[in-house]
Ligand binder design. Structure first.
Ligand SMILES: C[S@@+](CC[C@H](N)C(=O)[O-])C[C@H]1O[C@@H](n2cnc3c(N)ncnc32)[C@H](O)[C@@H]1O
Length: 246
């Protein structure tokens, strides 16, 4: 049964440029009592930075600090346990505000239902509380816009791959599709570059860092550092153009 108490907004704040937050997203931010956002112990929240100019001084801030970042493999059991416990505790913290009638805005970078920490809050609270989701401009579309690449034409297939996947999984997926985005590059960049070269896709691949942020960078893939890419980076491989001769 839905209890008519507080409410959650899951707001997508877009890929980096604050002007890419929707009007509806801004209204939700400004009408909330509490502004919640994820951060690490080492880095402040990017979503909070993006939404900053819409947040008022009288709103309560609720940072949600991950217990782990990249020290542990996301496949390890220790990581899984710590992160599950963190989301359970986060849900409990939010409930305390909701049960006193507060409106909470959870900020999410890009879109809130696309590889976002907001989803773990949503999954835990959706049966019991009112949740309104306000979509955001995903980084995939900001990257395509900055690179000026049409992503897919007509009936072409487009898939999103996490670079964390194994070499074999990446290779199989890349062989079976027309257009791709590869996200979560980080320390997997050398592996991805090797696979793209093996499948002769490297010459079509476009690399971008921090799309739509002030320090956005477009770098030819062959010049990208092999050791580690920034967290906010991705590779797009667009579908073949349908304009004759191009
Ligand atoms: C956990 S996912 C978050 C996706 C986000 N919810 C969205 O809709 O864009 C994080 C990955 O998205 C990509 N990403 C997010 N923002 C980006 C940006 N501004 N420029 C390039 N890549 C970005 C990176 O590959 C990063 O590792």
């Amino acid at each position: 049964m839905i209890r008519m108490q507080g409410k959650i907004f899951g707001v997508g704040v877009g890929p980096g440029d604050p002007d890419l937050i929707t009007v509806k997203g801004c209204n939700a931010i400004q009408s909330s009592h509490v502004i919640a956002y994820h951060q690490t112990s080492k880095q402040s929240s990017n979503a909070f930075r993006i939404a900053g100019k819409w947040i008022r001084d009288d709103q309560m801030l609720l940072p949600l600090t991950y217990p782990v970042t990249t020290e542990l493999s996301s496949y390890s059991q220790t990581y899984a346990n710590l992160i599950q416990e963190f989301y359970e505790q986060t849900a409990q913290r939010l409930k305390q505000y909701l049960d006193t009638g507060k409106t909470i805005c959870v900020l999410a970078e890009g879109d809130p239902l696309f590889y976002s920490s907001f989803m773990y809050i949503f999954d835990r609270l959706k049966g019991d509380y009112e949740i309104e989701i306000i979509p955001g401009v995903s980084s995939i579309f900001a990257a395509a816009a900055a690179l000026k690449v049409p992503l897919c034409y007509r009936n072409q297939k487009f898939i999103v791959l996490s670079a964390v996947l194994s070499e074999q999984e990446l290779e199989e997926s890349l062989n079976a599709t027309d257009a791709f985005a590869i996200i979560k590059l980080g320390r997997n960049i050398a592996k991805v570059k090797r696979i793209l070269a093996k499948l002769t896709l490297h010459s079509h691949a476009r690399y971008i860092e921090r799309a739509s942020m002030p320090n956005e960078k477009i770098i030819p893939l062959e010049n990208v550092n092999e050791h580690c890419s920034p967290y906010f980076s991705m590779i797009l491989i667009p579908g073949k153009s349908w304009v004759a001769g191009k």
